[in-house]
Design a protein around this ligand. Sequence first.
Ligand SMILES: [Zn+2]
Length: 525
Amino acid sequence: MADDRFHVYDTTLRDGAQQEGLNLTVADKLTVARHLDGLGVGFIEGGWPGANPKDTEFFRRARTELDLKHAQLAAFGATRRAGVKAADDPLVAALRESGAPVVTLVAKSHDRHVELALRTTLTENLAMIRDTVSHLRAEGQRVFLDAEHFFDGYKSNPAYALEVIRTAAEAGADVIALCDTNGGMLPDELADVVLAAAGTQARLGIHCHDDTGCAVANTLAAVRAGVTHVQGCANGYGERSGNANLFTVVANLQLKRGFDLVPREALADMTRIAHAITEVTNVTPNSHQPYVGVSAFAHKAGLHASAIKVDPNLYQHIDPAEVGNDMRMLVSDMAGRASVELKGRELGYTLSPQDSRELVERVKDLESQGYTFEAADASFELLLRDTVGGDRRRHFSVESWRVIVERPAGGDVVSEATVKLHAKGERIVATGEGNGPVNALDKAVRQALERLYPELARLELTDFKVRILEGTHGTQAITRVLITSSDDTGEWSTVGVDENIIEASWQALEQAVTYGLLRAGHEGD
Ligand SMILES: [Zn+2]
């Protein structure tokens, strides 16, 4: 179990799940919880049992299906309704029955919200807090309190906001998390309010939203002002501009402030965990996300690259390996020979000066035609192998391909592809049908090669992006196709460029298959 002196409290499954377009099934929530536990967070807020059937179900299944090594589950819910006893309130009962060792109660700490939203008196609100906290404590649960709208409430009526903290702490709440619910605070003013709240002697936490782009900075300012409990969400998920990004908060505190929050080896797995969570949430990862984004340590300019070769620390704020990221060099026409050499070394190749020069020329030439290698690492590696190996041995060669697109009257459009390939001394003719020409070509290639290379069955095309590049004056527009493929161990991207979209797709597809076979251990014949 994590150290209780400082809490890393994740609310991805409750507050993060409020993000527009983010929908998690119960199974998804269990998977995300496992990933968060793998990172070593102390608390995982699973949702609001009783108010949301999916969340009730989550806590029920978590009891048998989750085997958490670090984290404890927290159930989120409101204080009792006005005018009833906590013991008689069915929503409070649902929190008790969730089986979660921790309950995080949300309570109003802004006087106007009490009167206008809750429609009760300031005194009754305090009674609701006192009664609910002490009831759950008596029933054996640990209680944290989220003081909703605390910072705006403090501005409106500081005495009342502080009274909410004192009431909750006296009733037995272990932590009072001060919430910047509207996300409008800036670090300096937020720190002043936290210092004032610290005068209550209660243990304080912080919960920030990113509406000013300061959620992480605000969280750090609150820690500096004395809070010992930080809340946030994986990848900064949350409604509007999101919640404080818990990964950034943890990395900052651990690597820059010397806090010992999560195991070092877990921190070194953070990039993988951040991306694994995006697979579950189906939210495109932000490549520029601090610490864990694929571009977080990537350099482009050729000038930097030559200095990086001498000393990588000159251009990076931490060793990317500490968070499981790496200094991926972007190969582009801005980059000089040093970038290419470095990228080659990253991929495990030693390039002679002659090879590097040749490769830089080829990259520049191809990029001027519209290719991009920044997003097509596999295509770059194939190009590199061609350059180093001279005559690259191939798994197959192409005699021809053909695609027919047909729409029978009143029917759906179907595509049919025929490929004629040579592989392992055989000439193979195969056809495939698909809902589009690329799909049909993909099926035909597999049909042709799967007997010789059964590993192709594991290869899947996962993404297909098309971009029309404007032609320069007097020339035609050209099409660039990027294909992302995956097998059970990872994914790779390839690029094709042509005036004809199907030819561009074919180039990317052919490389995708070649690279997939190399990954499967076939050097080609
Ligand atoms: Zn919130």
